[in-house]
Design a protein around this ligand. Structure first.
Ligand code: GDP
Ligand code: CA
Length: 319
């Protein structure tokens, strides 16, 4: 079974771990979000690709959900001693090595897809991890500065990590997406897939950014395979993080049904909501998307594998 998953960081990575456990023999291709990428200290950092790679490769800091296990922060402290920031982005010493290797390879002329493959040689994530594009895309967020009252556009990481989404996102723009081309293998994987899954990743800045690369949305819509998504919104709020802020920016309510309708019937054949949102099932089905309510909390591997099985069952039923 060839499964293609459009993944962001933590929500995508944890789901993928459950999927691998549910169907160990499946051929899994992950199309990873690169809109969160940022240049720091002269290095190219790809937070979502790394979260997937570290989580599936056994190198993740489990409690945090991002960054390396057994991490130290000497380099960051030394940079701060020189007055060189930003201090708000937590790059640890082990993590730095990944970004150094990546930046060195990019500097030597390798595309991000080839670099990611090389990094995965070490981590052996057990999936094929493809950046959505080899071109530069950076998600920016328009805000009104709380101190000056001025409208500013900032990098998504500054909005998410430094400001913790404490002000409203007035617009979310994947800068460069319109000119970007899907990465090598992305469209082919979608066309050849038996099942396409949207994990409970952020619908705007993770899955939404991947779909914003011209050609990818159409390839998902045109794919022979059923497309099934899992709601990152449970009981009217994101399970973790501030997805409600970026959903508001695109005019979507933070409910399991609103997110399904936002993706729409052009993309989705099926949608899973949490049992807490069982009320949403009728509304989603009325819109023409098959819907089931099952537990959607990725509390441990068994629970996450059960979610993956429910998604595959729904895909089978809507084939
Ligand atoms: P990020 O790039 O690290 O922000 O991660 P993703 O975009 O892949 O996933 C973020 C989303 O995962 C958030 O909107 C959360 O609500 C969602 N999420 C995290 N844990 C869970 C969980 O256990 N269950 C569900 N349903 N969603 C979750
Ligand atoms: Ca992310």
């Amino acid at each position: 079974m060839r499964i293609v998953v459009l993944a962001g960081g933590i929500g995508g990575a944890r789901f993928l771990r459950g999927l691998k456990s549910a169907v160990p023999d499946a051929d899994i291709t992950v199309i990873g979000n690169t809109g969160d990428d940022i240049h720091l200290f002269g290095l190219k950092v790809c937070p979502d690709l790394d979260t997937v790679m570290y989580t599936l490769g056994g190198g993740i800091n489990e409690d945090q959900g991002w960054g390396r296990l057994d991490e130290s922060f000497t380099v960051k402290e030394e940079l701060a001693a020189y007055g060189v920031g930003p201090t708000w982005f937590g790059l640890g010493d082990r993590d730095f090595a990944t970004h150094i290797v990546r930046t060195q390879m990019l500097g030597a002329g390798y595309p991000l897809s080839a670099v990611t493959e090389a990094l995965c040689d070490r981590w052996q994530p057990g999936v094929r991890l493809l950046p959505m594009t080899d071109d530069r895309v950076e998600t920016h967020v328009a805000i009104t500065d709380a101190d000056t009252g001025e409208r500013r556009v900032i990098h998504f990481q500054e909005y998410w990590v430094r400001l913790r989404a404490s002000v409203d996102a007035e617009a979310v723009v994947p800068v460069g997406a319109e000119q970007a081309k899907p990465g090598p293998g992305v469209l082919e994987a979608l066309a050849a897939a038996d099942v396409i899954l949207f994990p409970p990743s952020n619908p705007v800045v993770s899955v939404g950014t991947i779909l914003a690369v011209p050609g990818i949305r159409d390839a998902v819509a045109a794919a022979q395979a059923p497309v099934v998504g899992l709601s990152p919104i449970v009981g009217g709020a994101p399970v973790r993080g501030m997805a409600d802020k970026v959903l508001a920016a695109v005019g979507v309510e933070s409910t399991a049904s609103a997110v399904a309708l936002h993706y729409g019937t052009a993309l989705l054949d099926g949608w899973l909501v949490d049992t807490a949102d069982a009320d949403a099932v009728a509304q989603v089905e009325a819109a023409g998307i098959s819907c089931r309510a099952v537990p959607l909390m990725m509390s441990d591997l068994a629970a996450t594998a059960a979610m993956a099985r429910a998604a595959l069952d729904l895909a089978e039923a809507s084939r």
